[in-house]
Design a protein around this ligand. Sequence first.
Ligand SMILES: C[S@@+](CC[C@H](N)C(=O)[O-])C[C@H]1O[C@@H](n2cnc3c(N)ncnc32)[C@H](O)[C@@H]1O
Length: 211
Amino acid sequence: MTLPNGVERREFDGRESLATDGPTVSDEPSIGGWRRWNPNRSKVGAMLDHGMEHGLSGGETVLYLGAASGTTVSHVADFAGPTYAVEFAARPMRDLVGVAEDRQRLFPLLKDARKPESYAHVVEPVDLLIQDVATRGQAEVALANRQFLEDNGRLLMAIKARSEDVTADPETVFDEVVATLEEGYEILDRQRLEPYHDDHLGVVAVPNTDG
Ligand SMILES: C[S@@+](CC[C@H](N)C(=O)[O-])C[C@H]1O[C@@H](n2cnc3c(N)ncnc32)[C@H](O)[C@@H]1O
């Protein structure tokens, strides 16, 4: 799978890594304006590194759920178009606002992703929905936000097994979450995100036309 425009493999300290072209965040490595995108710190980075069927070409309009302090969404905003970043915790939001100060296309929203009606007046239809909320009810959050996704848009989602059930077998949890997700999406690709993220599943999906 080719990388979206604006994402390249570059060499850092003799090792090849994904990178995006943009202003640095904290003390991350950057060479010639290209920032290292560390898959150990980013589920989307791990999904691209694993060659998942992302279908992205760059320049997409994005709704990102679970932005935290902006580690991943900063890279996304480097290669995408307008990027709406939803995060409900005030503390990481402060860092996210700092990250957005350097990025004209990144719009932080202090909102609860389980309540899409609270930001529906701000967010335009998007080509790409990214979700990394690590909370119980991950499929339900993706279904509730499907309304923002264009018919030919894509969902890139990280599912954290332990957020649904700490004791259950992760594969059982993944099957259950994916089955619920299929109420509104057609799954194109699913891959475990090891070795970067234990007990996480990466999912690429498109909205069901009959959903
Ligand atoms: C695993 S972290 C996200 C890391 C981030 N995606 C990255 O790669 O840089 C999950 C984040 O989702 C946020 N979150 C969880 N449930 C949420 C909800 N219902 N609405 C908005 N944010 C939520 C948490 O506060 C946390 O910051």
